[in-house]
Design a binder for this molecule. Structure first.
Ligand code: PLP
Length: 404
């Protein structure tokens, strides 16, 4: 299934969008609406029949098109659409594919906002959801019903870092005649879900892809046909719900995307270093690059090896009190920030049970193995990770004495 000839970093390196006057960056399209020389062309553009024409920026603009093309090339899909946030991408996909009376099978560990939308919002529209273990294809298949219209998962899940067997899940989806959507936010470049059989690939661009923590953004990568459906003026979820990304932001994200390959390599190197050292020190560490991770071999099978195992790591500090103290001390030592989100130059950490996954009820958190002592860290681009490790050791050493 893997298409070896597709190399995502080369796709980014080879992007070539010139601006007006020969600018090395594309010009920003600072317009909400566009003129036509002929009324006929406007009508054709409305109907999606004229290439290279723009109608209105809720539909698309040259700036959002450039970024969409870059993302489609990175994910090896025919087309892509950028949105104002990752949730804008996720909700557009779900509302495009699901109607009243339909059923969705989703990974049980997904980002808290995605979980809340599926659990609390979709039922209001008459859409049912069953959550299952994404690393267990049989459990996911057992949840599929005749009215199931979509299987949804995250390549590497937030926050538990469970690895989805994308190839197996796509096989199951296609056997049942339905698409597989994969949120690839935690593993850009590392996984290319479409090459493993996924039909729809979603990102929160807010995270690694933009990498600057200055904006939210999202995207959907898929076939030309599906992207056109999302943008259809009559019934396209993206067109009608309007989660549109501004042209200025699209231009900024495109420029930041140019450095994504080097950033991902450094995030992965730093995280691997800390994971190994902290595990050796006896801390409970979950990281897909460690042999102790239950899906280490699956991750290896699916990954593009150039980019490592990613920048996300889970530490189990045993109790909520220790986790909170650890994070506060980490911030005091300026190792990173106690903040949600990920993919920044600085290390970010939070306790997902209390923060980004607090939408998931406590009993379900327990069932999926999410404990109050867990700290999710997005490891930064620290130039000297050995120095960072020494500082973390100091924080860890100070913990128990303070609590006692
Ligand atoms: N998907 C994942 C895996 C996430 O972690 C997040 C946000 O944390 C989202 C989607 C939502 O993205 P956004 O915050 O850009 O709407």
């Amino acid at each position: 299934m893997k298409k070896r000839s597709h190399r995502p970093a080369d796709e980014i390196q080879d992007l070539q969008f010139f601006g007006e006057f020969g600018g090395v960056n594309p010009s920003i399209s600072d317009s909400a609406t566009y003129t036509f020389l002929h009324a006929e062309t406007m009508l054709e553009t409305f109907e999606g029949k004229s290439e290279g024409c723009y109608l209105y920026s809720r539909h698309s603009s040259p700036s959002t098109r450039y970024l969409s093309e870059a993302l489609a090339r990175m994910e090896n899909t025919e087309a892509a659409l950028v949105t104002a946030s990752g949730m804008g991408a996720i909700t557009s996909v779900l509302l495009q594919l699901l109607s009243a009376g339909d059923h969705l099978v989703s990974s049980r560990t997904v980002y808290g906002g995605t979980y809340a939308f599926m659990k609390n919002f979709l039922p209001k529209l008459g859409i049912e959801v069953t959550f299952a273990d994404p690393s267990d294809p049989e459990a996911m298949e057992a949840a599929v019903r005749p009215d199931t219209k979509l299987i949804y998962t995250e390549g590497l899940s937030n926050p538990l870092l469970e690895v989805s067997d994308i190839e197996a899940l796509s096989g199951i989806a296609h056997k049942h005649g339905i698409p597989l959507a994969v949120d690839n936010t935690f593993t850009p470049l590392i996984f290319t879900p479409h090459n493993l059989g996924a039909d729809i690939v979603i990102h929160s661009l807010t995270k690694f892809i933009n990498g600057m923590n200055d904006t939210v953004g999202g995207c959907v990568c898929s076939t030309e046909e599906f992207i056109r459906r999302l943008l259809n003026v009559n019934d396209g979820a993206a067109m009608l719900l309007g989660p549109v990304m501004d042209s200025i932001r699209a231009n900024q994200i495109l420029k930041n995307m140019h450095t994504l390959p080097v950033r991902m390599v450094k995030h992965s190197q730093n995280t691997m270093f800390l994971a190994r050292k902290l595990e050796e020190d006896g801390l409970k560490v979950k990281y897909p690059g460690l042999k102790s991770h239950p899906q280490h071999a699956l991750f290896m099978r699916q990954m593009n090896p150039d980019f490592g195992f990613g920048g996300m790591i889970l530490l189990d500090l045993e109790t909520r009190e220790r986790a909170e103290r650890f994070m506060e001390r980490m911030q005091e030592e300026n190792i990173g920030y106690l903040a949600v989100s990920l993919g920044f130059y600085k290390t970010l950490f939070n306790a997902p049970g209390e923060g980004t996954s607090s939408e998931i009820p406590e009993a379900e958190q327990k069932a999926m193995g999410l404990s109050k002592g867990m700290v999710r860290m997005s490891v930064g681009l620290d130039f000297d990770i050995q120095r960072t490790y020494r500082k973390i050791k100091k924080v860890l050493a100070s913990l128990d004495s303070v609590i006692a």
